[in-house]
Design a binder for this molecule. Structure first.
Ligand code: C2E
Ligand code: MG
Ligand code: MG
Ligand code: MG
Length: 277
């Protein structure tokens, strides 16, 4: 009878599903180990103004896995978010970015650069988020007004008043805020009016289609007008060609990020953007 029950139970396990579950469990264990063994690193992607001058960078995490090689965030951030590992990982990213800002503040040609850090919803909604960021800034000595936090619209669907309160608390210290992937989520115009945002990032999906699809072009135009009208800096991401860049500038978007200007690179490779001035 026990054998029958066992056989019945087994029927519920689809072997494919089991493979997925164990792959995820293995990856989670790997990620924990990776955090302990310092296998994560930051790449930095240039952000430039209309004159092509470097104004800042976005920190983009990578995982130097001992067997898989360099792993892109799309392969581990979702699992990190599901398992809560995004909390220690996000803290590591914040710490590493702040250490870099502290190194940059002492040299004239890097002192004005900002670093944008992506923040997950789970991280931002965590009780100690504000105090964690402030403690990291204090511990590293990084200038708060060079740190920019990138939030996504998905983070805003829950507790907008709480989100605003946290933003205001950090902004009081000089920390800036950017709305990432704008137009791909669910933000309403009334939120946009209330949130103390410094910057809005036009999502790369609109940028990549703007030259071929008049509807994307119209959305880019409207986003630029809205962002500027609200007093926000507008930056386009995923700019890959001169034509896209020129179109954006024509629409009044004066800040850019994308492969056309530079891919995400280890910090040492940013040097060429700095001496180019
Ligand atoms: P994101 O914040 O929207 O970052 C922009 C992504 O677009 C980056 O991918 C970047 O490499 C890519 N990109 C930049 N310019 C171009 C371009 O011209 N063409 C194309 N096709 N792609 C471009 P990446 O580094 O793979 O990161 C993917 C996403 O992973 C990020 O999207 C962000 O949502 C997330 N992520 C990365 N680092 C972190 C982190 O430290 N914490 C959290 N929570 N999420 C992160
Ligand atoms: Mg981002
Ligand atoms: Mg983005
Ligand atoms: Mg994105």
């Amino acid at each position: 009878q026990a054998k029958d029950a066992g056989r019945n139970t087994l029927r519920f396990f689809d072997p494919d599903m089991q493979a997925v579950i164990s792959a995820r469990a293995e990856m989670e264990a790997d990620m924990r180990l990776g955090l302990q063994e310092n296998q994560f690193l930051l790449y930095y992607q240039p952000q430039v103004n209309h004159a092509g001058r470097l104004i800042g960078v976005e920190a983009l995490v990578r995982w130097q896995h001992p067997l898989r090689g360099l792993v892109a965030p799309a392969h581990f951030i979702p699992l990190a978010e599901d398992t809560g590992l995004i909390l220690p990982l996000g803290q590591w990213v914040m710490e590493a970015a702040c250490r870099q800002l502290q190194l940059w503040r002492t040299q004239a040609h890097t002192a004005q650069l900002t670093i944008a850090v992506n923040v997950s919803a789970l991280q931002f909604h965590g009780e100690s988020f504000v105090s964690d960021v402030l403690a990291t800034l204090a511990r590293t000595g990084a200038p708060a007004d060079r740190l920019k936090l990138e939030l996504t619209e998905s983070l805003l669907v829950k507790d907008v008043d709480g989100v605003i309160a946290k933003m205001v608390a950090l902004k009081a210290h000089g920390v800036g805020f950017s709305l990432d992937d704008f137009g791909t989520g669910y933000s309403s115009l009334s939120y946009l009016k209330r949130l103390p945002l410094d910057q809005i990032k036009i999502d790369q999906s609109f940028v990549s289609d703007a030259l071929s699809n008049p509807k994307d072009a119209a959305l880019v135009r409207a986003t630029v007008a809205m962002g500027r009208g609200l007093g926000m800096m507008v930056i386009a991401e995923g700019v890959e060609t001169q034509m896209q860049r020129d179109f954006l500038e024509g629409e009044g978007c004066l800040n850019f990020q994308g492969y056309f200007f530079g891919r995400p690179v280890p910090v040492a490779e940013l040097a060429c953007f700095l001496v180019a001035e």
